[in-house]
Design a protein around this ligand. Structure first.
Ligand code: SF4
Length: 384
């Protein structure tokens, strides 16, 4: 399926967390919840929306994703005002706009989930990461197993759709442990899981510890074993492995993320947010907002980076994102966006990848078979 070119998603970045996790390199700052500028941040987002009104003309709202950071720390009223402002800023909207909020178990309970639902949210994505206390302690998380299960229980009672994030590759983690976590999460009523490998990012506390030889990491083979085991567990549940790190039960695929992986237009709002809007065939503009939340709220400078994308960049991004999904990259919609046939100039590389079984050409789609996803980065790089 190729998306309607006017459909546009909105990503809202909430740049604060209760505490910085030692592996995280996202644009977030630690902040006590009683010091959060709940309303001032909503006001700044609404000002940004006003400033971008011209860019939204003729666009239809597809989905909204409140990410971060920890948006579950945000007062639901402030989030509600922002969401209402977003809906009003678009002349049209998809039939059922998916509205997701990322939540941490330490700041989500049934009452909070109910307030989010009343605010117009219809999906939460909960950063469970693991249901094993030793792994949660290793990851420096604020919650334990019981708290994670309580958050899942409250969310599934109040929210139409619930997703959970899992992390794998903690030292000593076994496939049995991962399998049990997956089973318990599904039993709690969750119907979508994002399962990410723990990676050591340079500018994090884990990065420093690793360089100093003070952090134990899992060997490469353990990652592959855990990835393959997760795939087996979700397949047994009847779920689809629809993107390298994402699994869903029927009808539960994340519309927001699919839109992004298919190269759809999106507006980024908030400190450090990134947006990318098409400007006609072969042209798109990507921007990144001021990352410092205080400076962002003063809004002296909104964007700190603006990048013009041409046909080559648009095609490379389509390959990079589209080939992560089970359907692959749509050749027709990519040609419409890039103003050029994506196969042009890489016919030989595509043919070679097909011969090796790394790529399948299926009607208007080019895809990497799921059993080759562990080698995905190399396969995509060869097509650049
Ligand atoms: S809660 Fe999430 S966004 Fe915040 S520091 Fe931890 S991993 Fe990063």
């Amino acid at each position: 399926m190729s998306s309607d070119p006017t459909e546009t998603s909105v990503y809202v970045h909430f740049p604060w967390c209760a505490r910085k996790c030692p592996y995280c390199d996202f644009a977030t700052e630690p902040m006590r919840s009683d010091a959060l500028p709940h309303d001032a941040y909503a006001d700044a987002l609404l000002r940004e929306l006003d400033a971008r009104a011209g860019d939204l003309q003729g666009r239809a709202l597809k989905s909204v994703f409140f990410g971060g950071g920890t948006p579950s720390l945000w007062a639901p009223n402030a989030l509600k005002r922002t969401l209402e402002g977003i809906r009003e800023a678009f002349e049209e909207a998809a039939d059922e706009v998916e509205v997701t909020v990322e939540c941490n178990p330490s700041s989500l309970d049934r009452e909070h989930a109910s307030l989010l639902r009343e605010a117009g949210v219809n999906r939460v994505s909960i950063g469970v990461q693991s249901l094993r206390d030793p792994h949660l302690r290793f990851l420096g998380r604020l919650h334990d197993r019981d708290r994670a299960l309580a958050a899942l229980d409250g969310a599934t009672k109040e929210m139409p759709r619930v997703s959970a994030d899992l992390m794998f590759g903690m030292p000593g983690q076994t496939i049995g442990e991962l399998g049990e976590d997956i089973a318990r999460i599904a039993e709690a009523g969750v119907r979508h899981v994002s399962a990410y490998a723990l990676t050591i990012e340079e500018k994090t506390m884990f990065g420093s510890l690793y360089r100093a030889g003070k952090l134990r990491v899992a060997p490469e083979e353990q990652y592959a074993e855990l990835f393959e085991h997760a795939e087996r567990c979700f397949t047994d549940l009847g779920w689809t492995h629809y993107e390298v790190s994402n699994y869903a039960d029927d009808g539960e695929l994340s519309r927001h993320n699919l839109h992004y992986w298919r190269g759809g237009a999106y507006v980024g709002l908030g400190a450090a947010a990134v947006g990318c809007l098409d400007q006609g065939p072969g042209r798109a503009e990507r921007w990144r907002n001021e990352p410092n939340p205080q400076r962002y709220m003063r809004q002296q400078i909104l964007e700190v980076e603006v990048e013009e994308l041409g046909p080559d960049e648009i095609i490379r991004e389509a390959l990079m994102l589209g080939l992560r999904t089970v359907d692959g990259m749509n050749l027709v919609s990519t040609e419409r966006r890039a103003g050029r046939q994506p196969r042009e100039g890489r016919e030989h590389e595509i043919e070679r990848a097909i011969e090796r079984g790394n790529l399948v050409w299926d009607g208007d789609w080019l895809r990497v078979p799921v059993d080759r996803w562990l080698k995905l980065d190399g396969i995509v790089r060869d097509l650049f």
